[in-house]
Design a protein around this ligand. Structure first.
Ligand code: ACM
Ligand code: ZN
Length: 534
């Protein structure tokens, strides 16, 4: 009886409605005050851009509204009396230091959003999240800026291939959570996925494997007997880069060397130590066939990178550098002669010679390199940024050497790991356990002695979530493994540390699922079931 009374009371005073309209924004803004009342967005709401400064940002916003609400809003340079969203440059916030900052004011009569184009874009994403839950947008004031400048998500398209449209949907999801870097893992042992005009066999041969291992690799593993392939033409790449640029996301291509190169060597075995022939890999792991550091290999790689640099305007190229087997180098006369000539004491130093030589080439073209933390072994290339994946040790070492660092330790930044303890009800994953709360708790700047803390703040530029796809065979599964873990990571990268609060995040996330459902995102629901929520 009492609960019925309470229910009727809530309905009559609109309490239920007010409850529903908590501002479920992810990542949580730096500063936010909510007020009473709502701005009611509808088909008549005008987007005001009086100086025509934000056509690109508003066009993406309209595409998002079309998907969510089934209509776009008219754009005008004239401000009506009421029912408008005014987007202008303004002078509020902290845009000199943080060009991505924005100020958003929602009142009953209008909405104001100010910032530079990248800030305005992020502010529009905040609005999309609010509108996607409820077109009655709660009155509020937000003054927002990111904690870190590198907020990345990675996708491996080699182990399994995802179409241009699927990659663009992934970019939509990155944009929604204010990620600003997409690390596109384009080459690996099991497939070369980017058209290179000077070397057509990279895709005609290197993009197709004969078959794929079923389940986990083992001596007794079975294979599916089905050819598997796919690649992006240079036109596809240009489209994806333009799509990302319109969403203020920088695309970093990864071209793996000297290891993880078996697909390339299947196409051009002359750049290996033994001469081949090799198949494109059909199972998972790291393999012995790697590039031989002879002059002709460098000419080959430089010509590939010449085409890559034209396609990707980003200042960085990721050259891989991880898990390079030294087995062939140890018995290769070419490699051993080179080591003698260059006074390299072991194969780790030969790996560093390789990376340094590529860095020198790319630096001469105005590009910087990023490499996985193995590039520290044998001596770091002078200007390299280190992506620390085998824990954070490599990152700490690199920052002490005064190199930029991106943290992406397997625990908790690998989203190919399990997210639930209940493995038998989860799709087969590579292993590991990275639950949502561990991702949320991640802090890119580790706790260090005071003397190192300032160095860490200077050199650790952010972090990244990695989605390796050995066991992720379809795009809905990419979404399942990435969402909501990327939501948690976005908060670790954007929200000030002192404002982070996991129970509050989960509360917002629950409400945010209204938007995810409307977007038909295939997100993991582990966090909705308390019995399996860690
Ligand atoms: C990696 O996971 N091999 C970088
Ligand atoms: Zn060799």
């Amino acid at each position: 009886m009492r609960s019925i009374f309470l229910f009727l009371f809530c309905l009559s005073c609109g309490y239920a409605n007010a409850q529903k309209s908590v501002a479920a924004i992810i990542p949580l803004p730096k500063e936010m005050k909510t007020d009473t009342g709502f701005f009611n967005l509808n088909k008549e709401t005008i987007l005001v851009d009086s100086l025509n400064e934000f056509p690109g940002e508003l066009s993406v916003f309209n595409i998002q509204l079309q998907k969510l609400l089934g209509y776009e809003l008219p754009i005008s340079t004239h401000k009506p009396e009421h029912n408008y969203i005014n987007v202008f440059h303004g002078h509020e916030g902290n845009r000199n230091t943080f060009p991505e900052s924005y100020v958003l004011r929602v009142a009953r009569k209008d909405i104001e959003l100010t910032g530079l184009p990248e800030g305005v874009f992020h502010g529009l994403q905040t609005l999309v999240q609010l509108i996607g839950v409820n077109t009655a947008v709660p009155a509020l004031y937000i003054n927002d800026q990111p904690a870190f400048s590198w907020r990345g998500m990675h996708l491996d398209v080699c182990r399994h291939f995802f179409t241009k449209e699927e990659v663009e949907r992934y970019l939509d999801e990155l944009a929604l959570y204010k990620f600003n870097v997409f690390h596109w893992h384009l080459t690996d042992d099991q497939g070369w996925r980017i058209e290179i005009k000077q070397f057509p066999k990279l895709t005609s041969i290197g993009s197709i494997r004969k078959e794929t291992v079923i389940g986990k690799p083992s001596d007794t593993a079975r294979y599916d007997g089905k050819p598997y392939g796919g690649f992006y033409t240079q036109e596809d790449i240009k489209e994806v880069v333009a799509y990302a640029t319109a969403r203020h996301i920088t695309v970093i291509p990864e071209i793996e060397m000297p290891g993880h190169a078996q697909a390339a060597l299947a196409a051009y075995p002359q750049y290996s130590c033994t001469g081949g022939p090799f198949p494109v890999a059909t199972t998972w792991g790291a393999f012995d066939e790697v590039y031989c550091p002879k002059d002709s290999t460098f000419v080959f790689l430089e010509k590939i990178l010449d085409e890559v640099m034209v396609l990707f305007p980003a200042p960085y190229i990721h050259i891989g550098g991880d898990e390079c087997s030294k087995k062939r180098w140890k018995t290769c006369t070419n490699c051993q002669a080179l080591m003698k000539k260059e006074h390299l004491k072991d194969e780790n130093e030969l790996q560093s010679y390789f990376i340094r030589r590529i860095e020198k080439y790319l630096n001469s073209k105005g590009k910087q390199i990023i490499g996985w933390d193995e590039i520290l072994e044998g001596g770091l290339a002078p200007n390299a940024t280190v992506m620390s994946w085998r824990g954070i040790k490599g990152g700490i070492k690199a920052m002490e050497l005064k190199h930029q660092v991106i943290m992406t330790p397997g625990k908790p930044c690998y989203f190919d790991h399990y997210q639930s303890k209940d493995r038998k009800n989860e799709p087969l994953a590579i292993g590991g356990y990275n639950p949502l709360d561990a991702v949320y708790a991640f802090e890119p700047i580790p706790v260090l002695p005071a003397a190192q803390q300032a160095t860490a703040r200077q050199y650790i530029i952010g972090a990244q979530g990695n989605v390796w796809t050995e066991y992720i065979t379809s795009f809905p599964q990419v979404e399942y493994m990435s969402v909501p873990r990327m939501c948690a990571l976005s908060e670790a990268l954007w929200t000030p540390l002192k404002k982070k609060n996991y129970p509050d995040f989960v509360k917002r996330l629950k409400q945010h699922t209204i938007l995810l459902d409307k977007m038909q995102v295939h997100y993991a629901k582990v966090f909705l079931h308390p019995s399996t929520t860690p």
